[in-house]
Design a protein around this ligand. Structure first.
Ligand code: ZN
Ligand code: MN
Length: 447
């Protein structure tokens, strides 16, 4: 194996689109994914018209500081916006408003099970428009949609502390979980509201002791799932080690990940750092924060996933692994908290309830908390295996359907999520029933 003579040196850059109501430097609606048509959420500012003046979004600044606090950063009391110049059709101004030498947050730390990852900096910038490549009247064209132009974008940069593909994945997952817990972004990697890049090089085992750093780095983009991150790094480690074994230095370039072919491929070569001609944006005043203001933002931080997991274990006796899985999707946290305390009040075994949820033996509709009641009933009858004659069951389900039109609508809209309600309601009528039998019957009847 070629890779055994080398250590992975990897840093990760994550871009996260904030879900503020309006864009970063104008009042346009910030909803590029929900937009019905291209270019409807635009104005002279986010279209980059000459003379249009930007005004910074306070919420976006506060949310970036919030992310900084959650990742253990120091918050700079003085910060500013800078212009980063480059040419591309999705950036009509010819520069991106970003932050250069005074980012909002610096020096953070994220712990993973594979080792700590230091955060170099977190800065706030604006997203670009989006190029759409398609065919119009048989001709290949590139169109630009500016709905995404100037959406607040946070960039989180790590030190090259990542030394295995597993660690990279664990780090990305952790950031994803924290960002969602902070309610600042939906951080959807598939849609692109969270985007990930890895800077990868390999260092000879002997070079490490002597402090000799790799003379190149390969940037891999378009890593839009946690699995791709892991696979792309694995692939690069092998590819680079093979070159190094032949005494060749891997080319400094940007590569993409091709999931179909399971390999990275060159996108463009980077001979040296691009010259972005950064300078302070004269249209935006620098920012000064008081210590009190920054401290207040820290106090207002919502409970982070690690704390939730710990609390669920302590307060409700939920097994660590179950707690980890259930806390992964923060949207469900509030409802789960209600569920645990209701269950505890009724002396229902919360640890067992959690396991049943994890194993999908019970499904709770998290959007409709009234169904919690039924989930608990379902839980209470779950151990039973009493099978009922089919016609009796169908009659009971029909009664439930007739009495609960809303549940039917919910079921049809959200598919299986309301099934717990039906199981609960049917078992109220018939006593102990086999929940699988009810589930199958309901699924059949409401198809
Ligand atoms: Zn605008
Ligand atoms: Mn960036």
């Amino acid at each position: 194996m070629e890779t055994q003579n080398y250590n992975l040196i990897c840093g990760i850059e994550i871009h996260v689109e904030l879900r503020t109501a309006s864009k970063m430097f104008c009042g346009c609606v910030n909803d590029p994914f929900g937009a019905q048509k291209p270019n409807i959420y635009t104005c002279p500012v986010c279209l980059g018209m000459p003379g249009a003046l930007p005004v910074a979004n306070k919420k976006a600044i506060e949310w970036t500081i919030r992310i900084g606090h959650a990742l253990g950063c120091e918050i700079n009391l003085f910060s500013k916006f800078d212009r980063k110049h480059y040419f591309y059709p999705d950036l009509p101004k010819g520069y991106q408003i970003s932050q250069y030498d005074q980012p909002l947050c610096v020096n953070g730390l994220v712990k993973t099970e594979f080792g700590d990852v230091r955060i170099t900096r977190i800065h706030l910038e604006e997203d670009t428009g989006k190029l759409v490549h398609q065919e119009v009247n048989g001709e290949k064209v590139s169109l630009v949609d500016f709905n995404r132009s100037s959406v607040p974008l946070v960039e989180i940069v790590t030190e090259p502390d990542i030394h295995s593909p597993q660690q990279a994945k664990a780090y990305a997952k952790k950031i994803h979980q924290i960002i969602r817990a902070l309610h600042v972004s939906d951080a959807d990697m598939e849609k692109g509201s969270m985007r990930l890049e890895a800077n990868i090089s390999m260092q000879g085992i002997g070079d490490r002791e002597q402090g000799i750093l790799p003379q190149y780095k390969v940037e891999v983009k378009n890593l839009n799932s946690f699995r791709f991150v892991e696979k792309a790094i694995q692939y690069e480690m092998k590819r680079q080690a093979e070159l190094l074994e032949k005494n060749e230095t891997p080319k400094q370039e940007t590569r993409g990940w091709n999931e179909a072919k399971q390999h990275t491929f060159p996108q463009r070569s980077k001979e040296s750092a691009e010259d972005y001609r950064y300078f302070p944006d004269p249209d935006l005043p620098p920012m000064r924060f008081t210590r009190e203001y920054v401290e207040q933002l820290k106090k207002d931080l919502p409970e982070l996933p690690e704390a939730t997991i710990e609390r669920w274990q302590k307060e409700f006796g939920i097994k660590e692994n179950d707690a980890k899985i259930l806390a992964d999707d923060i949207e469900h946290k509030t409802v789960l908290d209600v569920l645990w305390s209701t269950a505890k009040d009724r002396h229902v075994d919360t640890a067992k309830l959690a396991s049943l949820l994890v194993n999908k033996k019970i499904i709770v509709d998290f959007g409709i908390s009234t169904y919690i009641e039924e989930a608990l009933t379902a839980m209470e009858v779950l151990s039973s295996t009493m099978t009922i004659a089919n016609d009796v069951l169908i009659a009971a389900i029909n009664e439930v359907i007739a009495a609960n039109p809303k549940a039917v609508v919910d079921y049809k809209a959200r598919k299986t999520a309301v099934i717990g309600f039906f199981i609960g309601a049917v078992s109220k009528k018939l006593g102990k029933v086999d929940s699988n039998q009810v589930r199958n019957a309901v699924q059949e009847m409401l198809r």
